[in-house]
Design a protein around this ligand. Structure first.
Ligand SMILES: O=C(CO)[C@@H](O)[C@H](O)COP(=O)(O)O
Length: 220
């Protein structure tokens, strides 16, 4: 399954509910929600009350990306807010294996994210406990950055590994994803594209449709 996950970090926060409806009505399947703590990343974004509010307005898959140091005490509450997938950073968890179990115990899919400098090897003993790997293709914290080219090779290697082990793990890519590089990223083996500025800058319905046209070629 191939999907688009518009990142609300680039939405208009004064009209967030409307922006969410726009991308949902245009056919986006996932909604990427970045939670930033000002410690793991040098920025702050939004938290549980916002997620609860938009959950009432949307049936999309809520893909909650915790860019937080030590997220463990908050997992249950994010699940209760309506997250369908909770992704934590390998770099931010003291006991990653335990945290992934904790997420799955909430009946939510468990994702692991890797910063650009983090090697795939940190996944060696947790890949079979993981529903999705989120490859950060920018250093996390801000929208509108340029795609780091070495991410493509990382995606290839991870897809080969998942195939070799016959696992069912999604690969999501986040940062600098646009219509210009979407096919390269999908060809490398990703199946979920996060896009912030490439969706919300300009006509979001038309932008979503342009991404879905590409993704549909892979869904066939
Ligand atoms: O996690 C992040 C940034 O840290 C992202 O989800 C951004 O929101 C992606 O923005 P673009 O690079 O697509 O503008």
């Amino acid at each position: 399954m191939y999907a688009l996950a518009p990142s609300i970090l680039s939405a208009d926060f004064a009209a967030l509910g409307e922006d969410v409806k726009k991308v949902e009505n245009a056919g986006a399947q996932y909604l990427h929600i970045d939670v930033m703590d000002g410690d793991f990343v040098p920025s702050l974004s939004l938290g549980m009350p916002v997620i609860r509010s938009i959950r009432k307005k949307s049936d999309m898959v809520f893909d909650v990306h915790l860019m937080m140091s030590h997220p463990e005490p908050y997992i249950e509450e994010f699940a209760d807010c309506g997250a369908d997938i909770i992704t934590v950073h390998a770099e931010a968890c003291r006991h990653l294996h335990r945290t992934l179990r904790q997420i799955r115990d909430c009946n939510v899919k468990a994702g692991v994210s890797l910063n650009p400098a983090t090697p795939l090897s940190v996944l060696e003993y947790v890949l079979d406990q993981t529903d999705m790997v989120l490859i950060m293709s920018v250093n996390p914290g801000f929208g509108g950055q340029s795609y780091i080219e070495s991410s493509t090779n990382k995606i290839w290697k991870l897809r080969e590994w998942i195939k070799r082990e016959q696992l069912n793990v999604d690969i999501e890519v986040d940062g600098g994803v646009g219509l210009n590089n979407a096919r390269t990223i999908l060809d490398a083996g990703a199946n979920i594209l996060v896009a912030g500025s490439a969706v919300f800058n300009g006509d979001c319905a038309a932008n979503v449709k342009a991404f879905l046209d590409i993704l549909n070629d892979y869904n066939e």
